[in-house]
Design a protein around this ligand. Structure first.
Ligand SMILES: Cc1cc2nc3c(=O)[nH]c(=O)nc-3n(C[C@H](O)[C@H](O)[C@H](O)COP(=O)(O)O)c2cc1C
Length: 208
């Protein structure tokens, strides 16, 4: 039985999207089935017009990825959240999706699934770790088994954080580096491995 991995992300300039695809590659390499979903805009067209490319990027990504749903979270054995940093924390867009999971939370439907998180900032110390850790709070409330990266792969000594993959886009909106993407692929592999082991244990338990 394949392991189902949902990657629910928001992105406006493409950095978090690139990390999401690298996480997906890593999870696929472990034989997982993937759903990549982009949270929809929370602000109006007047805000999206404030920076060059935002509206166009959003339109492109909304064609490429469906919006995440409750059904996606229920289907998943692992949920990996991806968000750009907004003032040191999660975007309203991704948070709105997380908040939409209240019904599943109430029924305990997400308890025991795996949770993990990645982010992108524009500056090195602009809050990548605080954003990642801020998402540990809702993951704990949902009952997700949080999978961090630690320094479990040598690439973590060059990029990323022990809390999750990250990238720094700078003032020119630079895409994630090769090392950032390697960390993200490692995150995907690790999440799929842990979720797969938990799923196998549940199946054995049910049969036993
Ligand atoms: C409203 C707003 C708040 C932001 N806050 C931060 C911040 O606190 N720290 C930071 O380094 N970058 C901040 N950024 C920049 C984005 O996090 C950064 O450009 C990120 O790489 C964008 O990811 P994306 O390419 O997936 O959209 C902010 C951007 C916006 C629009």
């Amino acid at each position: 039985m394949p392991t189902n991995v949902l990657i629910a992300f928001y992105s406006r300039n493409g950095s978090t999207e690139a990390l999401a695809n690298a996480v997906a590659d890593g999870a696929r390499a472990e034989g997982a089935e993937l759903r990549l979903r982009r949270a929809r805009e929370f602000v109006g067209p007047e805000t999206m017009a404030k920076a060059q490319g935002w509206a166009e990027n959003a339109a492109r990504m909304n064609r490429a990825y469906e919006a995440p749903t409750e059904a996606d979270a229920e289907w998943a054995d692992a949920i990996v959240f991806g968000t750009p940093t907004r003032f040191g924390a999660v975007t309203a867009e991704l948070k709105a999706y997380i908040d939409s999971l209240g019904g599943l939370w109430f029924q305990g439907k997400l308890v025991g699934k795996v949770g993990s998180v990645f982010t992108s900032t524009s500056t090195t110390h602009g809050g990548n770790e605080s954003t990642l850790i801020s998402l540990y709070n809702p993951m704990a409330h949902l009952g997700l088994i949080i999978v961090p990266l630690g320094y479990a792969d040598p690439v973590l000594f060059r990029a990323g954080t022990p809390y999750g993959a990250s990238s720094v886009s700078g003032q020119n909106n630079n895409p994630p580096s090769a090392d950032d993407l390697e960390v993200a692929r490692f995150q995907g592999r690790r999440v799929a491995q842990v979720a797969g082991a938990l799923k196998a244990a549940r199946v054995t338990e049910t049969k036993g």
